[in-house]
Design a protein around this ligand. Structure first.
Ligand code: PLP
Length: 363
């Protein structure tokens, strides 16, 4: 009778996290208050906040010369904040255009500086990152921006491509909203990493920024106070009232990751989950996935049925089987199973079982 939620975001949270949050909901650590009701300046809440940062630093092995900032406005606000904090008018920046999210980032950056598209097509939903032979970096770019995982199609930058980006020797900025903490990464190779919380971190309402310290303090004069990274760095991300409950829940997720053996252990499960789902799709003779095989996302697995006429039936029957939110993004169509860190392997097994039965019935 258990349900599994494949939503792309806000996405499911680990069951153990939800149980802990429920147990502490009305009375956190015998304070007689919910975390939601505490002053963000109280010593109780500050202890929560400090632990969240310490745990994140531990699980992502964030070097000391990086600041962790917790901000408002989701990942989208950073689409504008990044050029405001790092460029002056007339500067050039390099962007990969690999899907809807990087295209939105480009649109915002174009308001403030000259954007060079390193690679990408005019297609709204490309099914691959173009080969390195087609990449065109500009000589004077202030930074290179990538969306490391395009959530809508399920196209993800691979290690060799990332290495080729780092090899340019420019500050590399990554929107990791949909794949942060899905595998181990070397934070020191990035100048800045950002992610909306509502997939692998916690509930919506919070974004996490990991920024190399030397990049803070250069914002344009016109930058709104709450978009200037310095404001967050100087005030422990509490210049104004932060999203306290989302911040606390993110902390429970980080503790869950630690108790599961850290990001390396979670990555091993993620790889198995993605591999078995893609393997099944490829050999099914019924379902198909159009993404370049070497760039398929571990987190967002898109697939099509033999005819779109079956989509509604698939969604209805999968929902009845307790497999929720499998509809693909309207911009791409088809189905999408988002299998973030919190999705247990049994959820993917249950999905494959259902897909087999559906194919047998409707094939
Ligand atoms: N970037 C990526 C890769 C996303 O998947 C999303 C949301 O789904 C966003 C950015 C936008 O995030 P937010 O809604 O937090 O602004």
């Amino acid at each position: 009778s258990r349900t599994f939620n494949f939503s792309a975001g806000p996405a499911m949270l680990p069951e153990a996290v939800m149980q802990k949050a429920q147990a502490e909901f009305l009375n956190w650590h015998d304070t007689g208050m919910s975390v939601m009701e505490m002053s963000h300046r109280s010593k109780e809440y500050m202890s929560v906040a400090h632990q969240v940062e310490a745990d994140l630093r531990e699980i992502m092995q964030i070097p000391d010369n990086y600041k962790v900032l917790l901000t408002h406005g989701g990942a989208s606000l950073q689409f504008s904040a990044i050029p405001m904090n790092l460029t002056n008018e007339g500067d050039t920046v390099d962007y990969f255009k690999t899907g809807v999210w990087s295209t939105k980032a480009i649109k915002e950056a174009s308001r403030y500086c000259n954007v060079n598209i390193v690679a990408g097509s005019d297609e709204m939903n490309p099914t691959e990152i173009p080969p390195q032979s087609e990449w065109k970096f500009s000589a004077d770019a202030k930074y290179i921006h990538i969306c490391s995982n395009e959530t809508i199609t399920g196209v993800e930058f691979q290690e060799d491509q990332l290495e080729a980006v780092f090899a340019q020797g420019k500050p590399v900025i990554a929107d990791m909203s949909s794949n942060i903490m899905c595998r181990e990464i070397d934070v020191s190779k990035y100048a800045m990493i950002y992610a909306g919380a509502q997939k692998n971190i916690g509930p919506a309402g919070l974004a996490i920024l990991i920024v190399r310290e030397d990049l803070i303090g250069q914002a344009r004069k016109m930058t709104p106070t709450l978009m200037n990274w310095q404001t967050y760095a100087d005030n422990e991300s509490m210049f104004n009232t932060p999203a306290t409950f989302a911040w606390y829940l993110a902390g429970l997720v980080f503790q869950w990751i630690k108790s599961a053996g850290g990001v390396a252990a979670i990555a091993a499960v993620n790889q198995r989950k993605a591999q078995k789902l893609y393997d099944y799709i490829d050999q099914s003779g019924f379902y198909s996935n159009d993404i370049n095989k070497s760039q398929r996302s571990w987190m967002n697995v898109t697939f099509n049925l033999p005819t779109s006429g079956l989509d509604a039936v698939f969604l209805e029957e999968s929902k009845a089987a307790g497999l929720l939110s499998l509809k693909g993004h309207k911009a791409f169509g088809g189905m999408r199973a988002s299998i973030y860190n919190a999705m247990p392997e049994e959820g993917v097994d249950a999905l494959i079982d259902f897909m087999q039965q559906f194919a047998a019935k409707h094939g």
